[in-house]
Design a protein around this ligand. Structure first.
Ligand SMILES: Cc1cc2nc3c(=O)[nH]c(=O)nc-3n(C[C@H](O)[C@H](O)[C@H](O)COP(=O)(O)OP(=O)(O)OC[C@H]3O[C@@H](n4cnc5c(N)ncnc54)[C@H](O)[C@@H]3O)c2cc1C
Length: 369
C-alpha cells in the first residue's frame, strides 16, 4: 500500500478529515479541481450558529467551537431572527427547540429589533429573537488551517486529479486519478455533492444524497448607513437572510432546489425573489448587484451528516451530507472520521453530549431506504 488513508475531495470536509487522520498515519487528499475550495466550501455565508439544524447538527457545531476560538476564526455578528405577525408559531417553535441547549436565544421587543437593525420596515416585523453569540467565520482561514495541519503532519493534498475513481483491489482500495494511482486500506468519501457518484463508481451502495442549490448575492449598502455592526437578519421560516459583508450586504433567498451534482450557477428567478423579499422586509433598495453565485448544499433524508464505514464495503468510510452546516461542524466531523476510520468510537466530548455512532452511521439510511 502507498499510504494509510486516501481522502476523496479537498473541500472543508476532506481537509478536516485529512488533517485529523494525519495524526494516525500517512494521508493523501485527492481534489478534482485546481483549487480545493472551488465548490461549496468557497460559496458559503460563513455563519456560525448553534441554533440551526437538528440535535446532531447542534452537538457537532458546539463541539467544533473550541477549534475555531483557539485559532481566532470567529468574529462577532449576532443573528436577529425575524417573524411577521403571521409567523408567531414559528417563533414559538424556535424558542422551544433552543431550550435544550445552553446558548443565549431570547425574544426581544419589536422596538429593540428596530434599534439593532434600523433598516427594518417597522410594519413588517411582528416578533424577533436575538441570538447574540452567533458569529461570522473565516472560512478560508479554517480550510487553510486544516490543509496546513495535513501538510505539517506529513500528509499531501493532490489537486487537479480529475474524477478520482476508487475500486477494491490488492486487499484494500485503489484510486485512479489523472495524477496517477493511489492505494490504501482505507478510503474516505468526502466528495461533497458527488459523494453518491463516488460511491457508485466504487460499487458501494448510495446513501440517497440530494444536492440542493442555494443562491447568494452581494449589493451596495446605502451610502448613509454604517452597516458593519448589523446582526444577520434571518427569516424564522428561512425564506431569506442578509448580513453585512466587507462594506456591502450579502443576501440569500434561502432556496433549496434539488439538482444533479454540478458547478452550480445562480438562477435569475432566485435572484429576483431574494431582492423582492429583502425590499419588502426592509428599507434597503437593491440598485446594483455586485456579485452573485450559487452552491450545492447536500442532504440525506434525515438532514444529518453521514460518517462511518459503509456496511457493504470494508475500508470505505463516508463523510458526506454536510448540508448547510458543513463549515461550522467541520472540526468535529474531521475528528469523528478519524476516530471511526482508526477503529475507535466517537470522540469522548461528543459522546458526553449524547452523540452515538448510530446518529451518523450510513446504516440508518439504508434501513429506511
Ligand atoms: C450559499 C451557501 C451558504 C452556506 N452557508 C453556510 C454557513 O453559513 N455555515 C456553514 O457552516 N455552512 C454553510 N454552507 C454549507 C457549507 O458550505 C457546506 O456544507 C460545505 O462547504 C460542504 O463541504 P464539502 O467539503 O462537503 O463540499 P465541497 O466544498 O463541495 O467539496 C467537495 C470536493 O470534492 C471534490 N470532488 C468531487 N468528486 C470528486 C472526485 N471523484 N475526485 C476528486 N475530487 C472530487 C469536488 O471538486 C469538491 O471540491 C453554505 C452553503 C451555501 C451554498
Amino acid at each position: 500500500m502507498d499510504t494509510d488513508f486516501i481522502v476523496i475531495g479537498g473541500g472543508i470536509a476532506g481537509a478536516s478529515a485529512g488533517c485529523a487522520l494525519a495524526a494516525h498515519g500517512s494521508v493523501v487528499v485527492l481534489e478534482r479541481e485546481d483549487q480545493p475550495g472551488y465548490h461549496t466550501t468557497g460559496r458559503s455565508a460563513a455563519l456560525y450558529t448553534e441554533n440551526y439544524g437538528n440535535r446532531v447538527i447542534r452537538v457537532l457545531t458546539i463541539a467544533s467551537k473550541p477549534y475555531f476560538t483557539r485559532h481566532g476564526f470567529l468574529s462577532p455578528r449576532g443573528v436577529l431572527w425575524l417573524a411577521r405577525a403571521d409567523q408567531g408559531a414559528a417563533i414559538d417553535r424556535a424558542l422551544v427547540e433552543a431550550k435544550a441547549f445552553p446558548q443565549r436565544f431570547e425574544e426581544v421587543a419589536k422596538a429593540e429589533a428596530l434599534r439593532l437593525l434600523p433598516v427594518l420596515e417597522p410594519d413588517y416585523v411582528g416578533r424577533a429573537i436575538l441570538e447574540p453569540d452567533a458569529t461570522d467565520m473565516d472560512v478560508h482561514g479554517i480550510h487553510q488551517s486544516f490543509l496546513k495541519g495535513l501538510r505539517d503532519a506529513g500528509g499531501r493534498l493532490v489537486t487537479a486529479t480529475g474524477d478520482a475513481v476508487a475500486r477494491r483491489g490488492g486487499g484494500g482500495w485503489e484510486v485512479e486519478t489523472r495524477q496517477g494511482a493511489f492505494r490504501a486500506p482505507v478510503v474516505v468519501n468526502a466528495a461533497g455533492a458527488w459523494a453518491d457518484v463516488v460511491a457508485a463508481a466504487a460499487g458501494v451502495r448510495a446513501v440517497g444524497l440530494v444536492p440542493k442549490r442555494r443562491t447568494a448575492l452581494t449589493f451596495d449598502a446605502p451610502a448613509d448607513m454604517a452597516v458593519h455592526g448589523w446582526p444577520m437578519a434571518l427569516d424564522v421560516d428561512e425564506t431569506f437572510y442578509f448580513k453585512p459583508e466587507a462594506g456591502r450586504v450579502l443576501a440569500s433567498p434561502a432556496d433549496e432546489t434539488p439538482m444533479a451534482p454540478c458547478d452550480a450557477q445562480p438562477d435569475e428567478m432566485d435572484i429576483a425573489l431574494c431582492v423582492d423579499r429583502i425590499e419588502r422586509a426592509t428599507r434597503l433598495r437593491v440598485r446594483r448587484i455586485t456579485h452573485k453565485w450559487a452552491g450545492l448544499r447536500s442532504f440525506v433524508a434525515d438532514k444529518t451528516p453521514v460518517v462511518g464505514e459503509a456496511p457493504d464495503a470494508p475500508g470505505f468510510f463516508w463523510c458526506a451530507g454536510q448540508g448547510g452546516y458543513g463549515i461550522m461542524t467541520s472540526p468535529a466531523m474531521g475528528r469523528c472520521v478519524a476516530a471511526l476510520a482508526t477503529g475507535g468510537d466517537l470522540p469522548e466530548d461528543l459522546r458526553a453530549m449524547g452523540l452515538g455512532r448510530g446518529d451518523l452511521a450510513p446504516q440508518r439510511l439504508q434501513r429506511t431506504a
